[in-house]
Every structure is written in structure tokens, then in C-alpha cells.
Design a protein around this ligand. Structure first.
Ligand code: SF4
Ligand code: SF4
Length: 448
């Protein structure tokens, strides 16, 4: 066991319903709705139009800029339209809608030997495959594999913590596809030029630890970590595995010589390089008391969330909340109309037993939120500043360092929606910073 990080909470893991269930391949959807925005960065530009024929794996969205990702067709068929469609974020987003012709015809793909390919060529393969962080952050992977010259990297940390309750998609992936996870990690290490690969897995997944140790042999360190939320957050994982402190924002793991990648991302990198397969599907956990047959599914990107729920026996009328992702950091869904995207790690249908109704009260200054915060922040004070629109004060108290993990709100006896308040403060601070930068740029341009 390694060191633990400061703060954190112990939510009920609720993983028993799915952690032993093998991944099941979900049939491709009859109509795939593939958003052109599935990553951090600007949305991709559509490369197809209504009436075009497309093949599985064909690029249909071109990344606009470096911090962006390509988008590929997950089914073969005819493009019905390129139009605004429901998106898990809650806003309508431009998407390519493809009528599946049922042939599953693959686009021509190239398979490579990663041992003989150059790091530059491998990085380009990752970019071409449209791979993003599959832990949920959806940061374009090739960007993380391009550290600036002044930041030497000496370790790759692979994130197999999966600390969110209910989710077991990464767990099953590590057990069932350990060789691909390890293979992808080796490819990433080659791109980065590092020899040290450390995989962190929470101790409640001993079968995943065993499978990775077997697949990795001597060359890879697989560490069993204390079960503690948010163990899978980058800063906390780096601290727990390597004892290194990532500096406060805008500090990144690469400031202490580390790049962090999720186990799902590693497997996707392996599939892209060694199988010529771009990112067209992913593993999703469907769970919660609102579905009678929960499970883990390999799902094509663009599959309607409704189809996942139908595969689990339909939605119980007792469902009171739908969440894409885990219950701590996931995105609430108003309906099942949105599709699975690259960042969909789970779909939860939660009942009243699982989400007790609580009315927000007044802060009783118990300090639990402060003790729970893994970033050493003052959540109650930040929330208060946000409520009174004192955003500059919130900024001075490092509101931007909040990773929105929800630990503070989880423990708050007054049920104060601390994260929502802090999130609002962060968005206002970001907008103010943007305005300041624009003003400075205009001033500089005027005096030039
Ligand atoms: S949501 Fe933010 S303030 Fe609350 S515990 Fe997590 S990091 Fe701290
Ligand atoms: S946990 Fe809730 S009640 Fe306690 S200090 Fe924090 S905000 Fe106040």
C-alpha cells in the first residue's frame, strides 16, 4: 500500500452489482448520432454531408487546432444529416447522424509495429485515431504526449483507480484486456521516452491488480492503492504513487515529470496502433436501482443512451435521477435522448433510496467540507463568496484549484450545493481572466 493523499471521502462503492459482470458487446445502433464536440477544445469540422456514404472508422470530423480531436464514424451507412442534436452536456451540439446499413464495413486501416515505429509516428497515430482521455476528462491524448521542451518527463502514471461509486468499466477492462492496457502503456512510454510505468489501482480490485501484474511482467509497477475518493484525480494519484506534489493551477503533472493516462485510454492507443482502429467505441457501466439488469457494455460512440437502458431491462418508474458518469462528478441527464460520447464512462439510473431528497440549510460551520477537500481549499467560504458574487475574493482563495470532485458537498450536513456554487465562481473568474487578457492584448496592439 502507498501513501494516502490529504482529504477525501469514503462513499459507499456500490460496485457489487456489476464488478463481476463481463463486458458485453452492445449491437451497433440503427441510427448513430455522433457529436462533433466530444473533447476539450473547439468542436471538429464536419467532413461529410447528407447523402454521403461512410464506413466504420472513417474520419467524419476534422480537429480544428492542436488541442482538439478528430471524430470517426462508428457505423457504416448513409449520412442522414449534419445538424444540432441532443448532447450529454445539456445543450444541442452539431452532430453527424448516420443510418446504419448493417454491413459494418470497415474503412481501410493501417496496422503498425509499435516497437519499430518512431515516437513521432506513434504520436501521430494517436492523434489520427481521435483518442482523448477516457476517464471522463476527454483531454486530447496527443497533446499530453507533447510536453514542452523545458519539461522533461521521467514517469508515465496509468490511472486504474476508478474511484467513483457504481463504475466498473475500467475494472472489467483491466481484468479482460490487461494485455492491451499494458501494451498501450508501453506505446505511450515509448512516445514520451520514459522507462518507468506505474499503474495505480484501488485495493478493491485485486483481480485487476493480478491481471495487470501478469500481463506487465517485470517492466511495469502495478500498485494497490487505498480505497479513497478521489484517488483517481491526477494530482492525488501522482502524490500517492510517486510522492510528488503537483503545483497549484496552472501547474500540471508534467511540471513534476509525470504524464497521467487512464487505463481505457491505454487500451484505445493499443487498438489504434496495433489494430488500426480509431476511437469508435468504449466500455460503459450501466447501473443504479432504476435498471433491473445492470452491466458493462462495449458501446459504439453515437449509440442513444436509451438503447443502453433497454439492454438493461428498461427504466424503472422509480428512477428519480439519470447521470452520465459517476454520481460524484457525473453529468445529470434530463432524458435519455443524448448519445454515448467518448467521455461516457457510465450511465446511472438512480432511485430515491440512492438519492435521498435533502433541502439545503444554513452552514453550521462544522468544518467537514474543509477536512474533506483534497485540494486544501475552504469550500464553505468559496461557496459563500460565490453566492455574494465576490468572485475576486474567491479567486484569491484559489477557487480555480477546485477539481469539482464533490467531496465537500457529499459530507455537508446542511446539504449545501457547494460544488454548484464553486463551479459558478470558477466560470465567472475564467470569464474575467479572459476579458483581462483581451484588454491587455488590445492595449499592446494599440501601443505597438
Ligand atoms: S469540489 Fe472542490 S472544494 Fe469541494 S472538495 Fe472537491 S476540490 Fe475541494
Ligand atoms: S460542511 Fe457544510 S455545514 Fe459544515 S462547514 Fe462546510 S458548508 Fe458549512
Amino acid at each position: 500500500m502507498r501513501a494516502r493523499f490529504a482529504g477525501g471521502v469514503h462513499p459507499d462503492p456500490r460496485k457489487a452489482a456489476t464488478e463481476k459482470l463481463p463486458i458485453v458487446e452492445l449491437p451497433p445502433p440503427a441510427l448513430a448520432v455522433i457529436p462533433l464536440q466530444q473533447h476539450l477544445g473547439p468542436k471538429s469540422r464536419a467532413l461529410v454531408k447528407a447523402g454521403d456514404a461512410v464506413l466504420v472508422g472513417q474520419k467524419i470530423g476534422e480537429a480544428e487546432g492542436f488541442v482538439a480531436a478528430h471524430v470517426h464514424a462508428s457505423v457504416a451507412g448513409k449520412v442522414r444529416e449534419v445538424s444540432l442534436q441532443p448532447h450529454p452536456s445539456g445543450t444541442a451540439v452539431e452532430a453527424v447522424v448516420i443510418e446504419n446499413d448493417g454491413t459494418d464495413t470497415l474503412a481501410r486501416c493501417e496496422v503498425h509495429s509499435w516497437e519499430t515505429s518512431t515516437p513521432e509516428a506513434l504520436r501521430e497515430m494517436v492523434r489520427e485515431a481521435g483518442i482523448v482521455g477516457l476517464g471522463g476528462a476527454t483531454f486530447p491524448t496527443h497533446v499530453k504526449l507533447s510536453p514542452p521542451k523545458g519539461k522533461p518527463i521521467d514517469a508515465l502514471v496509468v490511472n486504474g483507480a476508478e474511484c467513483e461509486p457504481y463504475l466498473t468499466a475500467d475494472h472489467r477492462l483491466m481484468v479482460e484486456r490487461a494485455a492491451q492496457v499494458v501494451g498501450g502503456a508501453r506505446i505511450l512510454a515509448r512516445i514520451l521516452g520514459v522507462r518507468r510505468i506505474v499503474v495505480g489501482v484501488e485495493a478493491n480490485k485485486p483481480d485487476a491488480v493480478a491481471a495487470l501484474r501478469l500481463a506487465g511482467g517485470q517492466g511495469i509497477e502495478v500498485e494497490s492503492l487505498p480505497v479513497m475518493y478521489p484517488q483517481g484525480a491526477e494530482k492525488q494519484l501522482v502524490k500517492a504513487l510517486l510522492g510528488r506534489e503537483v503545483p497549484p493551477p496552472p501547474g500540471l503533472p508534467m511540471d513534476v515529470g509525470v504524464v497521467v493516462q487512464n487505463v481505457g485510454t491505454c487500451a484505445a492507443v493499443y487498438d489504434a496502433v496495433c489494430g488500426g482502429r480509431p476511437l469508435i467505441d468504449r466500455v460503459v457501466t450501466v447501473a443504479g436501482g432504476g435498471v433491473s439488469r445492470p452491466g458493462n457494455f462495449r458501446v459504439r460512440i453515437g449509440t442513444p443512451l436509451r438503447q443502453l437502458v433497454e439492454a438493461c431491462g428498461g427504466l424503472s418508474p422509480a428512477t428519480v435521477r439519470l447521470v452520465m458518469g459517476g454520481p460524484m462528478m457525473g453529468l445529470p441527464q434530463a432524458s435519455l435522448d443524448a448519445p454515448v460520447i467518448k467521455g461516457t464512462s457510465g450511465l446511472l439510473a438512480l432511485t430515491r433510496d440512492e438519492v435521498p431528497a435533502r433541502r439545503a440549510g444554513n452552514c453550521i460551520r462544522c468544518g467537514r467540507c474543509v477536512r474533506a477537500c483534497p485540494m486544501g481549499l475552504l469550500p464553505a467560504t468559496l461557496a459563500l463568496y460565490a453566492q455574494h458574487q465576490l468572485y475576486e475574493r474567491a479567486e484569491a482563495l484559489e477557487a480555480m484549484a477546485c477539481i469539482e470532485c464533490g467531496s465537500c458537498a457529499y459530507l455537508c450536513p446542511a446539504a449545501i450545493p457547494l460544488v454548484q456554487h464553486i463551479r459558478l465562481a470558477k466560470s465567472r473568474i475564467a470569464a474575467a481572466r479572459h476579458q483581462r487578457r483581451e484588454k491587455e492584448a488590445a492595449k499592446a496592439a494599440a501601443s505597438a
